[in-house]
Design a protein around this ligand. Structure first.
Ligand code: ADP
Ligand code: MG
Length: 900
């Protein structure tokens, strides 16, 4: 029966390359060979189909997509390496052109083009990515997909599809990798994956997950054309280990079944079916309302289930198509295997040629793969070939199969169903959420009301309390005054009575209603009136207070907020002012720094020297000279304008640029002797040492070390540096730093410390000498010169101490292993290095305790050379004097017949 699905309605597909199915097919090298994608997007396909009916796979507007075909060459195996050693492979691959040349003989070959050509070196990962990944991605998007391997037995079909890669994950085949990708992209809550694993042998379908189930029938949906195997076991897969377990189980059953049937797996087809069910949301649909045609309201997105199927087929060996068995079972078997494979071949031929009849119903395999070839699935075919020229015939027929398959075109259609159950579930969840939210809000509202009530009550009772207190006070006051008045009145009354009695004695008749008494009464009345008035006044006052209190309470809250705002604004202002001040300091110091550098450059040019921006190490005197000349450098002017403390504060700025800039300014200041004391007093030395400790920035470290070197010219500072642990910091920097300029500064600083008589022992015990000597690894002459200076300074101090009887014994420099380097560099080409070392040698030689080591180390020869070659007369004679005054040197010279 000719299937409509097989013929995809395009009559011109012979060799024609169609646009890919959809723009959502992501990483595919197949895709790169094809023209830009058509405007059929998954979205639009989805929209069209979703409006059709319950199941939307039907309908003629699918997206066309050609069957993609890749060829994979297996590397020679051990047997071929020996047997075919003298012969070339029968194929030659040109992967960059996606071409394969099949050799006919030594002179002729035929060239075939594939969608992908995978050499014997192609990794499993790459094979997956170019062959299966696009198919898996479209399965995840809701399309059906098929990947099948076709080829002669032993060419790598199972290797490509079925390897589990348990020991070596890079060996995982397409089955495992596909499942990994599916698992990674589905959501366990809403989606599901079911797998069945089958074997098709002699036109019988066996369940590899349930071997007893050995005659499964194929069911086709007459409406949609969907093929299904309802009798097969479907196992739900939740994770990769369960899938691997399932594959292992299937493989074990396959072996068992084949043993029972006395056959091999290469004669059966293995079929893995992965059913993916995913929940998706459809589009929001705008619907015109009934009352007003122009206004629209939007219906919420519809929940949909997308069902898709990935079929992975490890076909039986293709050699069976041509060869037939000789007798009995073998013959039957050969026929049956032939039947399925040759039916597949015939269908492909018919489809490739667009023939009217496609013999799909001729075999179970073609029925099962009905929608994989010319159907509605995205299909990839990998044809596997071997290199051996002995199987050239098989290889050629495999290649031709692949070539024909490339001409087959499929119509991709997405399958979606409305998922009412899930809609109901979703709505229920949403409703629950809304109810909970409502409840929560109601509770919050009630709580808030309660809180406000409580607060109001508190306020009212507080006001009442205050008020009652005030009233009580006022009442007490009035009462007191009242009592007072009453007391006064009583006194007055008693007084009056006494007066009256007395008058009665004096007079015969007494008139109680006399003018004196009524006067008194009037006075009392007056007093009472006054009292009442006062009381009223007091009450008024209380009322006033009461209203003031109320007002105050009301204004309280607003006033607080206002004050808070003002405070914030004030803080802001202060902060900004501080920032502005900081910026001014930075700008000012930057300007001065620039002026200083220009000045420095001018002076250098005038002297014809180099433009060294950090003076003071090689010629400390030059700085002193400059400052002695009365010329105040611009940087010095910084002290007056900015203040040293502020500059030092900038060393700790959060801005790295400011830090770098500040440390440069401090270094320049430290180069002038006049400033050093003030820097140290203000804690500058500590800050600089801190920088050495805490900053990994090379510039900061270099400049800080330079500044420390300058400060270390002063004896008091030298001790301070030691006390503050400076030597160990300098030593750490000496061993960390790579930059010669940093090393020069560090060496300079240590060299200065070496010149202090009091610090000799500490310098050695804290690793200063080791650090100094360690820096000779950097061969820069500036660094070496500082190292040599340090050694000379140290030797000089030692010599002084020995002469004064303060120390005895061998030089610490020799103890620390400095002698070999001293001897090696005694005749260094660079004059400063040579000069320092010559002096160091003379100092060391002045002590008999060193003589033996010096003789053994070859220093005697150098001293002799100095007496002869040194350009400076004073050093020449110093060397001569020194040698002559030593017993050991003299006797050694006699022995060697050296004469000075
Ligand atoms: P088929 O399934 O086609 O019969 P197999 O996959 O069983 O072939 O492979 C046959 C042999 O060749 C196996 O030993 C397999 O490991 C090896 N083999 C196949 N393909 C490759 C390859 N690309 N690289 C290395 N070895 C391979
Ligand atoms: Mg196999």
């Amino acid at each position: 029966m000719a299937s409509n699905g097989y013929r995809n309605g395009t009559g011109t597909n012979k060799g024609a390359i169609k646009p890919p199915a959809s723009s959502n097919i992501r990483s595919s090298s197949f895709k790169s060979r094809l023209p830009p994608s058509s405007n059929h997007s998954t979205g639009s396909a989805l929209r069209r189909t979703s409006s059709a009916s319950f199941t939307t796979a039907a309908g003629g507007d699918g997206v066309p997509g050609r069957v993609r075909v890749a060829v994979r060459l297996r590397p020679r195996n051990a047997e071929e390496s020996t047997a075919d050693a003298d012969f070339a492979d029968c194929v030659e691959l040109q992967p960059e052109l996606k071409r394969l040349k099949l050799r006919k003989n030594n002179w002729e070959s035929e060239t075939y083009e594939f969608d992908e050509v995978l050499t014997e070196f192609a990794s499993q990962k790459r094979v997956y990515e170019v062959v299966a990944k696009p198919v898996v991605e479209s399965v995840l998007d809701g399309y059906n997909g098929t990947v099948m391997a076709y080829g002669q037995t032993g060419t790598g079909k199972t290797f490509t599809l079925g390897r589990l890669g348990e020991e070596d994950t890079s060996a995982r085949g397409i089955m495992v990798r596909s499942m990994e990708e599916i698992l990674a992209n589905v959501s366990p809550e809403t989606d599901s994956i079911f797998v069945s694993y089958l074997q098709l042998y002699m036109e019988t379908i066996q369940d590899l997950l349930d071997p007893a189930n050995d005659n499964i029938s194929i069911v086709e949906d007459p409406r949609t054309g969907d093929v299904s195997l309802p009798g097969a076991t479907h196992v739900e897969i939740k994770d990769e280990p369960s899938f691997l377990e399932l594959l292992r189980l299937g493989e074990a059953h396959r072996i068992a079944a084949n043993t029972k049937l006395n056959t091999e797996s290469s004669r059966s087809h293995a079929i893995l079916m992965v059913h993916v069910k995913r929940s998706v949301l459809g589009e929001e649909v705008a619907i015109p309302s009934e009352s007003d045609k122009s206004s629209h309201f939007v219906k919420p997105p519809k929940p949909l289930v997308r069902k898709s199927k990935l079929v992975l087929v490890d076909l039986a060996g293709s050699e069976r198509v041509q060869k037939s068995g000789s007798e009995g079972h073998m013959l039957e078997e050969a026929k049956s295997i032939n039947l399925s494979l040759s039916a597949l071949g015939k269908c492909i031929n018919a489809l490739a040629e667009n023939s009217a009849h496609v013999p799909i119903r001729d075999s179970k395999l073609t029925r099962l793969l009905r929608d994989s070839f010319g159907g509605t699935a995205r299909t990839s075919l990998i044809v596997t070939i071997g290199p051996s020229p002995r199987h050239r015939g098989e290889t050629a027929s495999t290649i031709l199969f692949g070539q024909r398959a490339m001409k087959v075109e499929n119509m991709l259609r997405i399958k979606e169903e409305f998922d009412y159950k899930s809609l109901a579930r979703r709505l229920e969840i949403q409703l629950d959420k809304l109810i909970a939210e409502n409840e929560r809000q109601q509770k919050a509202f009630d709580d808030e009301v309660e809180r406000i009530n409580l607060e109001a009550q508190n306020r009212v009772s507080e006001v009442e309390r205050n008020f009652t207190d005030a009233l009580e006070k006022e009442r007490l006051k009035c009462q007191m005054e009242y009592m007072e008045s009453v007391k006064k009145l009583e006194e007055k009354m008693i007084e009056n009575q006494q007066k009256h009695q007395h008058d009665g004695f004096m007079k015969d008749k007494c008139n109680w209603e006399g003018p004196g008494f009524s006067e008194d009464i009037a006075e009392v009345k007056k007093l009472l009136e006054k009292e009442t008035h006062m009381r009223k006044e007091a009450e008024k006052e209380v009322n006033k207070l009461k209203s003031q209190l109320g007002q105050h309470m009301d204004a309280g809250a607003g006033g607080d907020a206002e004050i808070l705002k003002l405070q914030i604004a004030l803080e802001d202002e202060v902060h900004q002012k501080k920032k502005l001040e900081e910026e001014i300091i930075i700008l000012r110091s930057q300007m001065l720094q620039l002026t200083f550098e220009a000045d420095q450059m001018r002076r250098c040019l005038a002297r014809g020297g180099s433009g060294n921006a950090y003076p003071g190490l090689d010629s400390p005197m030059s700085q002193v000279r400059d400052s002695l000349s009365g010329h105040k450098t611009p940087v010095s002017a910084l002290f007056d304008q900015v203040g040293v403390q502020k500059i030092l504060d900038l060393l700790e700025s959060e801005d790295a640029n400011v830090r770098i800039h500040a440390v440069k300014v401090v270094a320049n200041l430290a180069a002038e002797e006049a400033n050093q004391e003030r820097i140290v007093e203000a804690g500058g030395l500590t800050s600089l040492l801190m920088l050495l400790r805490s900053y990994e920035d090379e510039t900061v470290r270099r400049v800080a070390a330079g500044a420390i070197a300058n400060l270390a010219m002063n004896e008091a500072n030298q001790e301070l540096i030691m006390v503050q642990g400076g030597i160990s910091l300098l030593s750490t920097t000496a061993s960390d730093a790579e930059d010669p300029q940093t090393l020069r500064m560090v060496a300079g600083a240590i060299a200065n410390l070496c010149g202090n008589d009091k610090l000799q022992a500490t310098l050695r015990s804290e690793g200063g000498i080791k650090a100094l000597l360690g820096m000779v690894r950097c061969r820069h002459p500036d660094v070496l010169s500082q190292v040599a200076r340090g050694i000379a300074n140290f030797a000089k101090c030692e010599s002084r101490a020995s002469t004064n009887g303060i120390r005895s014994g061998r030089s610490l420099l020799i103890d620390e292993g400095a002698l070999p380097w001293i001897v090696q560099n005694a005749n260094n080409d660079a004059a400063p290095i040579r000069r320092h070392i010559e002096l160091a040698l003379c100092h060391l030689a002045q002590h008999e305790a060193n003589a033996k080591d010096m003789i053994n180390g070859g220093a005697l020869w150098e001293l002799v050379r100095i007496t002869r070659d040194c350009s400076r007369e004073d050093i020449r004679s110093l060397a001569r004097r020194t040698l002559n005054s030593s017993l050991l040197f003299r006797s050694e010279m006699r022995r060697l017949r050296i004469e000075l």
